[in-house]
Design a protein around this ligand. Structure first.
Ligand SMILES: [Zn+2]
Length: 261
């Protein structure tokens, strides 16, 4: 037991002072994984389905789904932390440098219908807008967004980007095939929605230097991958990392993910 003296210099043996175990009490800050400061680190969140699932839904789809109440909690948290959503079309080297820890991007891959039916009403409450990467051949198909729904999302401030015509692996595709997928998906979307698509998402995250060259030639200004991590001032605009949001775990795990550079 350690001896303790009170303010008058008298021994006070009635107080028990636990010996300080340095190893237990010292708080060790987690090491930065990205070498970014928190104000430089920009989360680009990657979602697929926002939907409640059960065992009747196949494992692949369940793995790509974030339940609706969980998504709602995440949006509330993002709002409470003071983040503002930004769009990929506004992403430049300058915006990556002047992030100040306040900007965040919400992306949805593949263009599923639940973005409109589930995610949109929740995001609207917080004034958030997101980026939807569309597989153009799947628009209007069952389970995917319709032309009408996409138009409404655009009117509400959402951005549309290309996820190719049919979701092939561009890294292993022949160059003319890859070029057709990259150019024609943009042409289709631009014509369908009187839009100028500038954002791209590599199907299954597969790309190489040749694919990046094709994107630049076709008029895209940015592209996202499935590499896990924060975007930052030194990020390459054509190989931006993202953070996959899974439908498992707690809100605290999500908070840790977007706040732990
Ligand atoms: Zn995809």
């Amino acid at each position: 037991m350690a001896t303790h003296y009170d303010y008058f210099g008298q021994r006070d043996d009635t107080r028990v002072v636990e010996p300080v175990d340095k190893a237990k009490t010292s708080i060790t800050k987690p090491k930065s994984k990205s070498n970014l400061t928190l104000s430089e680190a920009m989360p680009i969140l990657m979602y697929h389905h926002i939907k409640n699932t059960d065992k009747s839904i196949n494992a692949l789809e369940r793995g790509l789904s974030v339940p609706v109440p969980m998504f709602e909690e995440q949006m509330q948290l993002i709002h409470d932390l003071g983040f503002e959503t930004m769009l990929m079309k506004d992403m430049t080297d300058e915006t990556l440098k002047a992030n100040e820890g306040k900007k965040l991007v919400i992306t949805f891959d593949d263009g599923y219908e639940d973005i409109y039916t589930e995610a949109f009403p929740i995001m609207k409450q917080y004034g958030f807008a997101g980026v939807i990467y569309l597989i153009t051949n799947d628009i209007n198909k069952k389970g995917y967004l319709s032309e009408k729904q996409i138009s409404e999302l655009i009117d509400a401030g959402f951005e549309i980007g290309s996820h190719t015509l049919s979701h092939p692996n561009l890294a292993s595709a022949g160059i003319y095939y890859a070029q057709m997928q990259i150019e024609n998906s943009k042409k289709n979307l631009d014509a369908m929605f009187e839009y100028n698509v500038t954002s791209f998402c590599y199907p299954s995250g597969k790309y190489n230097d040749r694919v990046v060259g094709l994107l630049k030639a076709a008029g895209y200004t940015n592209a996202v991958t499935t590499v896990e991590g924060f975007a930052g001032p030194k990020s390459n605009l054509y190989t931006l990392p993202r953070m996959r949001v899974r439908g498992t775990g707690k809100l605290a795990d999500f908070a840790y993910k977007i706040l732990s550079n």
